[in-house]
Design a protein around this ligand. Structure first.
Ligand SMILES: [Zn+2]
Length: 661
């Protein structure tokens, strides 16, 4: 795969480009011509003036005057005659269809009177070429719009090109890659689980570490303690808290309607299981109350601001189950194989999946109109929870608890016939998942949660932006792709113009620094990109029989090589970009150490071979010597055993794993 090619596609997609390389491309003779037009919306150098016909900018266009008459001409003239055989026009119509007419027929006339005509189908107004069989010598090109489908306010042209192109090298610009329809995607299944962030081998190692090491025993005890509280109570107790389909979710930005103090957000909201459908503000007001009722769509105060009290509660429930119950139960199951953990995890994930595809708004108070997402999570944040679902589901995938009947068919009968609360209140379109009579939990989670969320993420990976939100969308779809064997999601992550490789190449410089210079963002991007590594490593198909080793990429490796310590200047880090001001009094450490750098060095070592491996072994040996000097004790990790620890930790805190000793 030519990574440079990917890079160029990503940059030029959407531009006025030609499907030939720069070396072969004939000269655009239009650039030497003087343009004029029968009418224009602005003066020639204005926003819609005739100079916009030739400026090579896709973001600008020429527009006729609003009182234009047909036929309407634009003209290019040369002081000395030129030999040409091709005129191309990039029509501006689809981009502003309410104001710009779609062309039906147009002609090109040269100074000797020779003409050629092109007819357009409805909706076809885009790139078009007018060809002459033989080169013609001319001093002018007149392009006439003869007829349009429906008269609109303007005629528009992005750009005109004139070429001598006997070999017919000039062609339409490359099609933008677009999302496939959900029905076009194949779900092949995976031959074994777990397969996404961990494998059976990782599980065996984790179980061994949990029995044979001091830190492992401590870690196991804390996981089982966290899981134990989710084993309390019977199923019906927990299911009473499940929000309705299309219910309200919210950050709760407006706080308490009585005193204005905060009520907490999502999983951190001030809610408890023994006070259902209520939240307590930081000053102790319990809401809703008699004066501040909430029917589920929020309490509207006199100042018209909306206080989403039930929305805060619903967000708390789904976030608690997602971020606390599922990981601890699934990790306890992975460590012990005890079915009681899988059974309870299956209950929670099936319940969440039963209302998942209908909960399409995200938090109602997120500043987008209409809001979009799943449960409380808006937009790219859908992926943040999706990877947690994938990890938990993958770990319990082999349990029979998932073959039990799903809650979904029972809930399906309660779905509202008309628009749900979210569509009525914030305008997010309702959607419907699938149900059938004897649907199992596994079928429900596969279809209504995993495939639904993955497609939501996947279709957002074609926006042409390569920021962190994009990385989230891409990794969400990738995780499900590997979990359920959906090749398109994997290929999209490694082969598309917006792939992880394009992200690394565009966003990471030769010194391994990130383009958003604020160091916090940069570190977040590193954590995000790292979550592509395992799923790609574990993926198997005819095309990638050994998976994809992302750390084979030199620039990807440089991104993880001492990112923290090289920025440490006498205990401070430079506050680049939009970092807050650094007004702390800090002293330089005699021996600086970064556990994050150590963690990355271990991963690099684990992923490489030969000379590279030796380099990274030296790096993490160096870092462990620093650590030893600080703490006066010997770091209990060497070589592969070190990797064990990272992998072990990742199993249980894979989103923000820390090194553990
Ligand atoms: Zn209050």
């Amino acid at each position: 795969m030519d990574r440079t090619a990917i890079f160029l596609i990503a940059l030029t997609a959407g531009g006025f480009c030609f499907s030939v390389s720069a070396a072969q491309k004939p000269d655009n003779l239009a650039r030497r011509a003087t343009p004029s037009a029968m009418s224009a919306s602005t003066a020639s150098d204005g926003k819609y003036g005739v100079l916009r016909l030739l400026d090579g900018e896709d973001a600008t266009h020429w527009a006729s005057g609003s009182a234009y008459e047909l036929p309407h001409w634009v003209k290019l003239e040369w002081k000395e005659s030129v030999a040409i055989d091709t005129v191309v026009v990039d029509i501006f119509a689809r981009q502003g269809a309410n104001l710009y007419a779609f062309w039906r027929e147009a002609e090109v006339e040269l100074s000797d009177g020779s003409k050629t005509t092109v007819k357009f189908g409805p909706g076809e107004s885009g790139w078009a070429a007018f060809r002459f069989d033989e080169p013609v010598t001319t001093t002018s090109v007149t392009l006439r719009v003869l007829a349009v489908y429906e008269r609109k306010t303007y005629l528009g042209i992005n750009e005109i090109g004139v070429f001598l192109d006997p070999r017919r090298l000039i062609g339409p610009p490359r099609e933008m890659v677009r999302a496939k329809r959900r029905e076009e995607l194949t779900v092949r299944g995976s031959p074994s689980h777990p397969v996404v962030y961990a494998t059976a081998e990782d599980l065996a190692r984790a179980r061994r570490n949990a029995e044979t090491t001091v830190w492992g025993k401590a870690e196991k005890a804390s996981i089982l303690a966290a899981a134990a509280k989710w084993l309390e109570h019977d199923e019906n107790y927990w299911l009473q808290f499940l929000p309705e389909s299309g219910a309200c979710y919210a950050y709760g930005f407006t706080g308490c309607p009585i005193c204005g103090s905060p009520c907490g957000t999502w999983g951190g909201a001030r809610c408890t299981w023994d006070r259902p459908r209520t939240v307590v503000c930081a000053k102790g007001h319990s809401l809703p109350d008699e004066g501040h009722p909430d029917d589920g769509t929020g309490y509207v105060a006199q100042d018209k601001r909306i206080h989403y009290i039930i929305g805060t509660w619903n967000a708390w429930v789904t976030e608690q189950w997602t971020r606390n119950a599922l990981p601890s139960l699934a990790h306890a199951y992975a460590l012990t194989g005890d079915e009681k953990y899988a059974e309870r995890a299956a209950l929670f994930i099936d319940a969440l999946a039963s209302i998942y595809p209908e909960s399409t708004s995200g938090s109602w108070d997120y500043p987008s109109r209409p809001p979009s997402g799943r449960f409380a999570r808006p937009w790219y944040q859908v992926a943040r929870n999706l990877v947690v679902y994938v990890d938990a589901y993958d770990l319990i995938y082999n349990s029979k608890a998932l073959d039990k009947p799903s809650l979904r068919p029972r809930l399906h009968d309660t779905l509202p016939d008309g628009p749900s609360a979210q569509q009525r209140s914030v305008g997010t379109s309702d959607a419907k998942g699938q149900s059938w009579a004897d649907m199992t939990r596994r079928e429900n989670v596969d279809i209504n949660m995993m495939q639904d969320a993955a497609y939501y993420c996947y279709k957002h990976t074609f926006s042409g932006k390569l920021h962190n939100g994009h990385a989230d969308y891409m990794r969400g779809a990738l995780a499900v792709g590997v979990l359920l064997g959906i090749p398109e999601y994997v290929y999209n992550a490694v082969e598309s113009p917006f792939s992880i490789y394009a992200m690394v190449l565009n966003n990471c410089d030769r010194d391994g620094r990130y383009y958003e210079t604020a160091l916090g963002y940069a570190m977040h991007a590193r954590e995000l990109y790292l979550t592509f590594v395992e799923p790609l490593e574990h993926w198997r198909c005819e095309k990638y029989p050994e998976g994809v080793n992302l750390l084979d990429d030199a620039r990807m490796r440089s991104f993880y090589c001492l990112p923290d310590l090289v920025m440490n200047v006498a205990g401070h880090v430079p506050n680049f970009g939009d970092c807050g001001p650094d007004n702390h009094c800090r002293f330089a450490q005699l021996t600086p150490f970064s556990s994050r750098d150590y963690d990355y060095a271990e991963r690099l070592h684990a992923a490489c071979s030969g000379e590279e491996k030796e380099t990274y072994r030296n790096l993490f040996s160096f870092l462990s010597r620093l650590f030893r000097r600080i703490c006066g004790r010997i770091l209990a990790v060497v070589g592969c055993q070190g990797c064990d620890i990272v992998r072990f930790r990742r199993l249980f805190e894979f989103e923000n794993h820390r090194i553990f000793w």
